[in-house]
Ligand binder design. Structure first.
Ligand SMILES: [Zn+2]
Length: 166
């Protein structure tokens, strides 16, 4: 898994990146945070680019549940020229590396969860909001009869709620 391509840990994009940081980001420890995201990408053998760093910042500054569009829009506040293709490819890459989890709420709505620890969800159909439920709060009893040629990857639970007003 170790790739011999870690020689340029400080790509020349670094100084540019600071200039391009969105002035509205209220995070005072922005600099330290960016190092953290760069380190995360490096640890996962993901070559650093400004675009990937911006998307990492959107996803990993704090746990979030965001659609690909929301990730793209927020990342574009940091690096305006991120294309839709780059955004989607980066999300796919992060997913392959296990950095985010893809949650399919329905075929038209997929959100990316940057909390990859085992947990479940409450989905509010009125607001579209996802809330985490600690895995210990729910118990799955029994086991499914799986075909012999597969193994269990994970059990997803999404509890769907809506306001009592309707
Ligand atoms: Zn979650």
């Amino acid at each position: 898994m170790i790739q011999p391509t870690q020689k340029s840990t400080a790509p020349d994009g670094n100084s540019r990146e600071n200039e391009m940081a969105a002035p509205t980001m209220p995070n005072a420890k922005d600099g330290a945070g960016k190092d953290r995201f760069a380190e995360l990408l490096r640890q996962n053998n993901i070559p650093l680019t400004l675009q990937r760093l911006a998307i990492a910042q959107v996803l990993f500054a704090r746990p979030v549940h965001l659609t690909a569009e929301q990730v793209l829009q927020r990342a574009q506040h940091i690096v305006p020229e991120i294309s839709r293709a780059t955004g989607y490819n980066t999300l796919k890459l992060f997913k392959e590396k296990g950095l985010v989890r893809e949650l399919v709420i329905d075929p038209a709505r997929i959100v990316y969860d940057s909390n990859t620890s085992h947990h479940y969800h409450i989905y509010d159909a009125d607001t579209g909001e996802m809330t985490d439920i600690p895995a210990g709060d729910l118990k799955v009893v029994g086991s499914a009869n799986l075909p012999s040629d597969v193994e269990l990857e994970e059990v997803d639970i999404i509890i769907r709620v809506h306001s009592k007003d309707h």
